[in-house]
Each structure stands twice: as C-alpha cells, then as structure tokens.
Write a protein that binds this ligand. Structure first.
Ligand code: ZN
Length: 202
C-alpha cells in the first residue's frame, strides 16, 4: 500500500498543484462528460492513461469483461444499468464507448468454462456473454477463439445497450452514438468496430 500513498503524495505535489485552477473550476460546475465508457475491471486496463482523458471528460463504468446486461427494470441491484441511466438521462452524454480488451480474464474463464469457480456472482454475470461464445466457436485456434469472443462480447454489449428504451430513442434521434472499441495492450493498438461489423486498427 505504501506505493499508492507515495503516489498520492506525488499527485498532491505535482498534478494537483499544477492543475489547481482547472480542478477548482471543474468541481464548482456540474460534471458534463463528453462520453461514457464501459471498460473491464482488469488492473492492466487504465482508460484515462491510454486516451488522454482529463478529469471531467469521461464517465466511467468498469466491470468484469466490460458487459452491458439487457434492460431489466426488476428492482434488483443493477450497477451498470444505473450508471447508464444516470449518464444518459441526467448527464446527457453524447457517446457511449464499450471497450473490450485482449487477454481478458473474464472471457478466458468463459472460453475455458472455468467461470463457475466463482459461483455467487461471476457465473451468472458472464451469462451475458454466452452468445458471444456461440458466435466465436468456429475460430480455428484457442487464441483466435479467445480474441473472437472478446470482440463479439463488445458487440453483444452494444446490442444490449439498444434494449434500453431511452438509449434506443436517443440513438435513433441522432442524439447519442454508440461505439465499439477493442484494445490490445501487448501491441498498444486500438481497434474500432466499423459498420461492416469488423474491428479495424486505427
Ligand atoms: Zn477483462
């Protein structure tokens, strides 16, 4: 933990001092992020590090395998759906980015059918991605299957976003754009989902 406390002290000395005016202005206004991102909780994925986002730029949700569940207003504790509702209806974000990533532990467990090791919550959560595994099953090698499943998971999350009526309505009205991204940290490359359904490196 000492590493993090030292990091905090460095933040106070450097970033905070240099950006004090910007931060003060930011904190006195209501937040107005341009985008919401749904990314994986994986400790190696740090969206603000990779995309130059400053405080206030990006409303962030991170969960296991960057999944969006289908719309289900059933009174259960839906953390991701609650964040979506707040970002879309209150903050009125103009963009939602679902960002998958290479070597995702959640997808690895799904592909190897090991997600059941964590049965209280992870197994049922990963059911959201089962359709992605079905679509990826023709991949030729285990590595290709993993990658295809990671990318299909992004598409499943995007499809599920459209089951939220207030997201669908805004997308159809041109007020909200949905984006599928896939980041490969090993090669440092970002791949963006196009209209053709393929991910292309940008
Ligand atoms: Zn992951």
């Amino acid at each position: 933990m000492e590493k993090f406390l030292a990091g905090y002290r460095a933040f106070r000395e450097d970033y905070f001092k240099k950006n004090r005016a910007m931060i003060a202005e930011l904190m006195t206004k209501r937040q107005s992020p341009q985008a919401m991102m749904i990314a994986c909780s994986d400790s190696r994925i740090d969206p603000s590090l990779k995309f130059g986002a400053d405080p206030g730029d990006m409303f962030m949700v991170r969960n296991v395998a960057n999944l969006v569940p289908p719309y289900a207003p059933d009174g259960a504790y839906h953390g991701t759906s609650a964040a979506l509702e707040f970002a879309v209806l209150v903050l009125e974000v103009k963009n939602i980015i679902v960002m998958g990533h290479a070597r995702c532990g959640g997808i690895d467990a799904l592909v190897k059918h090991q997600e059941k090791a964590a049965t209280d919550f992870v197994a049922s959560w990963m059911k959201i991605a089962e359709q992605a595994l079905v679509r990826a099953r023709d991949a030729a090698t285990p590595e290709a299957l993993q990658r295809a499943c990671e990318q299909e998971t992004v598409k499943v999350s995007l499809e599920n976003l459209m089951t939220f009526p207030w997201i669908r309505a805004r997308v159809e009205a041109g007020k909200l754009e949905l984006h599928g991204w896939y980041f490969d940290l090993e090669t440092g490359t970002l791949h963006v989902l196009g209209q053709d359904g393929a991910f292309t490196q940008v």
